[in-house]
Design a protein around this ligand. Structure first.
Ligand code: S3P
Length: 171
């Protein structure tokens, strides 16, 4: 059985947390969500960090947390949608585990982020336009770091989890 940690990357609304928890259960591993770790450490939520420190401040915290998490053995880690924008994160993800990209059409991201107001980058008038811009810029970066790419929205979370496990085993 594969021993390396598994890192989930992909945009907001890809289902990284949901799938990460399922994978962790199936593999009896610990699960971490980098956003959640940042919130736990700071004691405040992500919108508050963006408000006080801007995106730059948030990214610094994210780089530090991802550096730590990627050094631990046999974890399942869900990363924030923008983690791949930082070169240091890309390097750490590539070198320290198996990276799974949850590729997600913008329409699906729209539906899945509709009722959440905890994502500062989506606090804009035209969410669809914003998600499309982010997709354009980030899709190649997700591809660059990924060992495995799966398309989400085609099947249930349970089926997708099984597919990822098969692909991990086949590496
Ligand atoms: C962000 C995605 C969020 C969170 C922050 C910034 C992004 O994580 O890290 O709001 O830049 O795409 P999720 O992808 O878990 O929503």
């Amino acid at each position: 059985m594969e021993q390396r940690s598994i890192f989930l990357v992909g945009p907001m609304g890809a289902g990284k947390t949901t799938l990460g928890k399922r994978l962790a259960k199936a593999l009896r591993r610990e699960f971490y969500d980098s956003d959640y770790v940042i919130e736990e450490r700071t004691g405040v939520d992500i919108p508050y960090i963006f408000e006080k420190e801007g995106e730059t401040g948030f990214r610094k915290r994210e780089v530090a947390v991802i550096d730590e998490l990627t050094q631990l053995p046999e974890l399942i880690v869900a990363t924030g949608g923008g983690a791949v924008t930082q070169e240091e994160n890309r390097r750490n993800l590539i070198n320290r585990g198996i990276v799974v990209y949850l590729e997600t059409p913008v329409e699906l991201q729209m539906a899945r982020t509709a009722r959440c107001d905890n994502r500062p980058l989506l606090a804009v008038d035209d969410r669809q336009q914003k998600l499309a811009e982010l997709y354009e810029y980030r899709h190649p970066l997700y591809q660059e770091v990924a060992d495995i790419t799966v398309l989400t929205g085609q099947e249930s979370a349970a089926a997708l989890c099984k597919r990822i496990l098969r692909e991990v085993e086949a590496l």
